[in-house]
Design a protein around this ligand. Structure first.
Ligand code: HEM
Length: 406
């Protein structure tokens, strides 16, 4: 269901109130790499995940893991690392033997702490974008820049350099969005002041940031091999909802006798484009919106609250239209055009990494790699029918262009 926009007088919007960093945006600032010693059994497995999966030993190691108490986890950053660690172990456990032999029961020594940490954080017990990307980066030189040459991931799956590139390019996309998120906040506050000049500047800045996101997304081509992405990495992001390989979901032993269904990790769970859509007043078709709204439940609750707060502020579109301010209208439309271009570019990336790679895998040209996932062939890891969904979302962005009245 689409939440309603309310026209009530608002306090100024601020990033701080929603745990969004001035410097890093939705990325967790300086994520931890280690948990307290009590959790060494988890860390020892997580740090060897690619090797344990590739040698088919992960499930045996997890089955021997002690059931650990989550109470010793101190503070937010330890909980976020624990969620990253337990979610990666869980994905590896379920998909170690590929999509033909998924493990349908998560053992209690993994399921119980994973669900407890998830409840504490308000996240679902599955790998989400906020684990794989927002919590999974570290600087090699702490004083060096946030650039790919100075970054490393903390927890890995099989996929080597391509996995590293996929995660870090996505993290850099989040970083490229920071000026846009700040401009958005400036824009929201400028509407209520009201200050047309500030709003105009904010919209111009937002457009630049969206263009920078598109440029940054282009680095996928430099760092991620499509065959490796398709045949090796993708399965570990797959969930157990809308996935024919796991039709009834996953049993979390010691938590629920009934299987539970959760979507896999996807950048559709990034808060960035949700926030831009709300600010720009883009309304997606019911089917697309239903999926996108569901993805908000896979975000840290404070980030979801940020999107809802933007939605509750007075409408930018109405403001632009009623202002009769030509430059404001142009700047607004340029944001929509830049966002539609970003979405078109994303479609070309998805075509290369999923559609073309799937065709290649089907024709048997990837014999050196494990069997490609077939159940999710034309579906995203989030479980959508990819192309029609992405085109629909892009087209709705363009359809929101405003025309000057009179
Ligand atoms: C190899 C790279 C990528 C692939 C193969 C890919 C694939 C997909 C797929 C299949 C979907 C449909 C939803 C689902 O079922 O998961 C999707 C949606 C989405 N992806 Fe990506 N993606 C990639 C990189 C990125 C990056 C780096 C971002 C930026 C944060 C991003 C942002 C989004 C967004 C926001 C959506 C929701 C649709 C929209 O709002 O336009 N993707 N992606």
């Amino acid at each position: 269901m689409e939440p309603q926009r309310q026209n009530v007088k608002m306090m100024p919007l601020s990033l701080e109130s929603y745990h969004i960093s001035e410097e890093y945006g939705f990325l967790l600032p300086n994520p931890l790499k280690e948990l307290p010693d009590h959790y060494r059994p988890w860390m020892e497995i997580a740090n060897r995940l690619p090797q344990l999966i590739e040698t088919h030993q992960l499930r045996a190691h997890v089955n021997k893991m002690p059931l650990l108490n989550c109470q010793i986890l101190k503070g937010y950053r330890e909980q976020r690392l624990a969620h990253l660690v337990l979610s990666c172990i869980s994905m590896g456990y379920v998909w170690q033997e590929g999509e033909m032999q998924p493990e349908k029961v998560l053992p209690r020594n993994l399921a119980i702490p994973f669900v407890e940490v998830s409840r504490n954080l308000g996240l679902p017990p599955i790998l989400v974008h906020s684990d794989l990307v927002l919590t999974n980066w570290t600087k090699r030189d702490p004083y060096g820049p946030l650039e790919i040459g100075n970054l490393e991931i903390i927890i890995a799956f099989p996929g080597g350099d391509s996995l590293r590139g996929f995660i870090l390019v996505t993290a850099l996309v989040e970083k490229a969005a920071v000026p846009g998120i700040k401009a958005l906040v400036q824009g929201v506050n400028a509407i209520s002041q009201p200050s047309q000049d500030t709003l105009l500047q904010a919209l111009q800045q937002l457009r630049l940031s969206i263009q920078d996101i598109t440029r940054t997304l282009g680095h996928m081509h430099d760092y991620v091999d499509p065959d490796i992405f398709y045949a090796v990495i993708r399965i570990f992001l797959s969930g157990w909802k809308d996935n024919p390989a796991m039709p009834v979901g996953l049993i979390y032993e010691g938590v629920s006798k009934e299987p539970l269904k959760y979507s896999g990790g996807s950048a559709a769970q990034s808060t960035v484009l949700h926030a831009f859509d709300e600010f720009l007043g883009i309304h997606h078709s019911k089917e697309s919106a239903d999926f996108l709204y569901r993805m908000r439940d896979y975000m840290p609750p404070s980030h979801k609250a940020f999107i809802e707060e933007i939605r509750a502020t007075p409408s930018l579109r109405n403001h632009v239209l009623s202002s009769g301010h030509g430059r404001l209208l142009t700047a607004y439309n340029q944001c929509l055009e830049a966002l539609a271009e970003l979405r078109s570019y994303h479609i070309t990336v998805v075509t290369k990494y999923l559609i073309t790679a799937a065709a290649k895998a089907k024709s048997g040209k990837l014999n050196h790699l494990p069997g490609p996932p077939q159940a999710l062939e034309d579906r995203g890891t989030g479980g959508t029918a990819v192309m029609s969904f992405l085109k629909n979302v892009r087209d709705q962005t363009l359809a929101s262009i405003l025309h000057a009245s009179g």
